[in-house]
Design a protein around this ligand. Structure first.
Ligand SMILES: [Zn+2]
Ligand SMILES: [Zn+2]
Length: 269
């Protein structure tokens, strides 16, 4: 396995071969009907071969874009006007809703604590998808917000007014502008900037082990699979429960809320 950072260095220049979207060692190559897919894949195999790498057969798929494909938590599809459109992928949306639900329904937290825990998670998710069309029912959080309001309002010290205030705190809105991250040339995408920003921030915030676990995991939480690109804290989890075992394969970087859930749900069972 190549580390994402190494892969990034080694793969620089691969974008010259054909129009593509890439993040670390994940890449989508965009083919037009007249393009020769095999020839392009051959060139890419050759490029990788020269650098001692191989195309992962498991991960290489040829898909018609009218059927859409998932990449980095987004679902891309070609619209009738020929342009790409992206929305959060259903796996991403599901994982995110589950995270939110776990916090809303967690009886260990009061309403205020829930709202404070939800805010960075919701902001991070909306920010991650800020280049997607986020209105309409599909990506709306209306149901979960309604549920959260009911749960907040049930608490004796809350009323409709304070519950609404907590709801606004818990579900901050983030303006979106559709389609900015597609049709970006070469290796530059707004996402690269995000990764650079969060990597730097995380390596300042976290010690060596957490920050190298984050790099190993491509900045993805070991539990929910969502990116760790938000203000939500990252914890270092010891897989075997032994806090003296610092072997790399025993260390997992996970979101704070995912970590809490993992440990509390174990003791409950
Ligand atoms: Zn997580
Ligand atoms: Zn743990």
């Amino acid at each position: 396995m190549v580390s994402p950072l190494l892969a990034n260095v080694a793969l620089n220049g691969i974008e010259e071969i054909h129009q593509s979207i890439r993040y670390a060692d994940d890449m989508v190559i965009i083919l037009k009907p007249k393009d020769n897919a095999e020839a392009i894949l051959d060139k890419i195999s050759q490029f990788l071969g020269e650098r001692g790498m191989k195309l992962s057969e498991k991960k290489t798929k040829l898909t018609a874009t009218k059927d859409g494909f998932d990449f980095l938590g987004w679902n891309f599809k070609v619209q009738s006007n020929g342009k790409f459109r992206s929305v959060p992928s259903s796996d991403n949306y599901k994982a995110f809703r589950q995270k939110v639900k776990r916090i809303v329904n967690n009886s260990n937290y009061g309403a205020k604590e829930k709202a404070e825990k939800l805010a960075p998670i919701v902001r991070g998710w909306r920010n991650y998808h800020r280049f997607c069309k986020m209105d309409g029912s599909k990506n709306s959080l209306v149901h979960i917000e309604t549920r959260a309001f009911k749960v907040f309002n049930k608490e004796a010290k809350q009323n409709r007014y304070t519950s609404k205030k907590l709801l606004d705190l818990a579900f901050p809105s983030v303006p979106y502008s559709e389609n900015k991250h597609i049709n970006v040339k070469g290796e530059k995408s707004p996402f690269d900037g995000d990764i650079a920003y969060w990597s730097e921030r995380n390596s300042k915030l976290y010690d060596g082990e957490t920050s190298s676990a984050l790099k190993r995991q491509n900045h993805t939480c070991g539990y929910c699979g969502l990116k760790t690109l938000s203000d939500e804290k990252v914890h270092l989890h010891h897989v075997d429960g032994n806090h003296n075992n610092w072997k790399k394969n025993n260390l997992l970087a996970v979101h704070e809320s995912c970590h809490d859930y993992h440990h509390t749900s174990k003791t409950v069972r």
